[in-house]
Design a protein around this ligand. Sequence first.
Ligand code: C2E
Ligand code: CA
Length: 764
Amino acid sequence: MPKTFLKVALILLLLIYIIFSYTFDWGADLISPFYNIAVFSVMIYATRNKAKFKSNFHIIAYGVLSWALLDMAWFFLAHFTSYDPSESLWIEFIYITPNVLLLISAIIYFIKNMKSWNVFQLVVDAMTVLVIVMGISSALIFTYYPDSNLTGFEIFNITAYAVTDVFTLTILLVMLASTRIQNISKSIQYVTVGYMLYLLSDYIYVIDYIRNSYIPNSISDILFLASFLHFAFATIETQNDTIGPLETIPSNFGKSKVVYYVVLFALILYALQMISWLYIVIFLGVLFLYIVFNKFAQNFISSEILLKHEKEMKNRLEKLVEERTQDLRLSRDALKRQTITDSLTGLYNRDYFYQISEEKILNHQEFSMIYGDLNRFKIINDLYGHQMGDEVLKIIAKRLGSTMEIHYDLFRVGGDEFVILTSDIKKESLEKLVRSFVDIICQPIDIGQYRFNLDVSIGIASYPKDGKVISDLVKSADIAMYHAKGSNSSDKHVMFSEHMLERLNRRSKVELLLRNVNMDEEFKLFYQPQFNTSTQKLMGMEALLRWIHPEEGFISPGEFIPIAEEIGVITELSYWVFKKAMTQIKSWNDQYHQNWSMAMNMSAVTVNNIHFFNTIRKMIHEIGVDPSHLEFEITEHSAMSTSSIMEEVFAHLTNLGVRIAIDDFGTGYSSLSYLKRFEVDRLKIAKELIDNITSDSDDLHIIKAITMMANGMGLETIGEGVETKEQFEMLRELKCDIIQGYYFGKPMNQEDFENNFLCEPKNL
Ligand code: C2E
Ligand code: CA
């Protein structure tokens, strides 16, 4: 129902009542309860939803209802019985019900609001208002009281009315005084006016009563009904009230005018000669005290507010500082993340790997590092470009990151080196981890139209077993990894062992000695004879290098040749050998008028050099040796990985008349294509095969196949490392052309060789 409709309807009813009250008493008596029930209904209806101060309004509404019921009773008695209700003190007494309900509502409202008031100020306001209101009321009542001759019950009635009214008025004024800084809502304004009208009419009624001049439906009744109208309006307006947040400042802070108005009211009464000057003196005294206490209370409140503000500011500041530090922390974390991760793969980087490892060592925490180096990764970079290489690394890192459980301890420490740090040091669990590491890397990688199959060599070292400081630990892992790389087995991971370190130390030592070697003093050439199987005559020898170090003694070529190849001294060393061997064979052939041939071992590193052929040609020329008396041996393994330079060099050597032999032939390399590529003259069947020729039928078959194939291709075969008569017999049966081995003669120095095989030529 629209608000205005309700308002207008109530106003109309009230107007009808007012008109009736002057013209038609009976009608006024009839309309009064109707009007009151209408007010009651509107109040309940308007507050049916969750309204602010709903319970307060309901109490007031029931006050109005009680009034309506009393009015109905009054109407019934006045018009349908001979009983005159205005004569009844009981009815008079029951009419106090609305007063009481209004008072209760005011008290509840008061209590509800107390939370938002400063108690000290409240007490000051309440005491002042109470004293002045009591004073005025008592003054007014005493002014009229003596004139009347009232009965005991009448006095009781008047006192009851007076007490409730004074009490209600006091509460009302205190509340007004206490609501200083808030805007008073429209509904509260209506209620306040309603209360005021109600109290005023009650006052008029009491005065009339004392004077015995009360006439029903007179001004006091009109005022009563007008006050109810305001209550109804208040409930209609309350729908617009929103429940705001609780104020942090007490609402009785600030200036209050109510007390001054009350005193002003007393002064008006004094001017009208309704109260005596004595009251005014008391009121002014009270007012003075009020000003003093009020000042004190207000100071107290303002310092409290300041304190609260300060606290709030502090909290806000703290929050701000907290936010700032959070921001700083975030950017610091981001920066840290940048410094500890590898920009290409997003894995942790080398620096962080060292940092974490050092922390673990500092805390004496056991851990293992699994050091993985991709095999043949360089080829991808060389053949397909670095971009492709980067792509491959990214894919591997992503796979490792998403598949491995220990994602957080995964590092990329170099171009193609990955490390896992794990607190595990048990062999079994490490092996399990390594297996998954290897599996991930060995999965084919498809990029565009290309597919890459990588594998990895892994070295494992554990703290504190394999190193007490990070550098030692990394070295150990590195050594183990190089062992894995060097091993021929398919299992590409190796745990570090002390033995490796010894070997490494020995290797470093040999390397150092080799770098400072005095070839002419420390190197010797030994010669091992080679015999023709069918003619049974000496047909040549192989030159084998011997190194006798003044302090270290004999160092085997098997040990120092690979190191020499690695550190690059092999070329110088080889030329020393070639020169010596060529000079030797020339001298022997000249001396003994023979055509023996001198076989020399050649390293792939040496051949793989454009100057090689010219150097050899020059050497042959200078020494004056017949090239057909020379034979170069290259291992099958080296020949396999030869470049085009080597092919060219071999062709030149063959043209020159020098023979080429493939050393250690038959040791696992199935590709024979190089036999076509190079102009090879001889195949030296590997000692490993010959070792088993009498016991292993497989090896026998291989040797058979080699000799047959060689014969078919017009190549000669040499059986090397022949140690027994049986081996020799079998090789002869298989038509192996040349024989070399301990059975016929160990490598020996020039003198011994001459004495044993040249002075008196020895046949088989
Ligand atoms: P290789 O070329 O396979 O040389 C044959 C090796 O077998 C020699 O070992 C020789 O002493 C040994 N041998 C020969 N007959 C028998 C036998 O019946 N029983 C056993 N158990 N061994 C036999 P050595 O002299 O220790 O040389 C080892 C390797 O060192 C050579 O293997 C060769 O690859 C390399 N080497 C030796 N001298 C030179 C050199 O001057 N230059 C280059 N580049 N490598 C060399
Ligand atoms: Ca050889």
